[in-house]
Design a protein around this ligand. Sequence first.
Ligand SMILES: N[C@@H](CCC(=O)N[C@@H](CS)C(=O)NCC(=O)O)C(=O)O
Length: 151
Amino acid sequence: MMGLMEDEVFRAFTTYASVVAVKMVLMSPLTAYFRFTRGAFANAEDVALKPPEERKKLLRTDPDVERVRRCHQNDLENVVPFLALGLLYSLSGPELSCALLHFRLFVGSRIFHTVSYVCTLPQPCRALSFIVGLLTNLSMAYRLLSNVMVL
Ligand SMILES: N[C@@H](CCC(=O)N[C@@H](CS)C(=O)NCC(=O)O)C(=O)O
């Protein structure tokens, strides 16, 4: 592990993977923030301390809460593959400049995707940021497989 940490590509991956993982972890507190400010809870026990007449009103879905949840879900569909592909790609001996380009594009695109989604920016902001992240993941997969494929 210490040897790996001396490899610059691996350190770059560790840096960008941590940034995008932290961004993703922050989606949960952001969801909680919207739940409290919009008064929209998912479980009966979450509103158990509220007066009985208020409880039913608080157990509801809210468009803003659902938006953040969809954004979080979209992160799961894209960031988790990045963590796997990026790790394997880092270990396959890529050029530092090429690896950095992939990591920066991916992380930048996912941050922009979150801003577009949560702040309801007009399309195609969100679609373009999604496509950049998708193409980056596919490009890493292609480069990785071109280097190491055994069938
Ligand atoms: N699971 C996605 C697959 C396609 C996708 O990720 N599209 C991007 C760009 S339009 C997106 O932000 N979709 C919204 C979402 O996943 O909630 C969906 O249902 O839309």
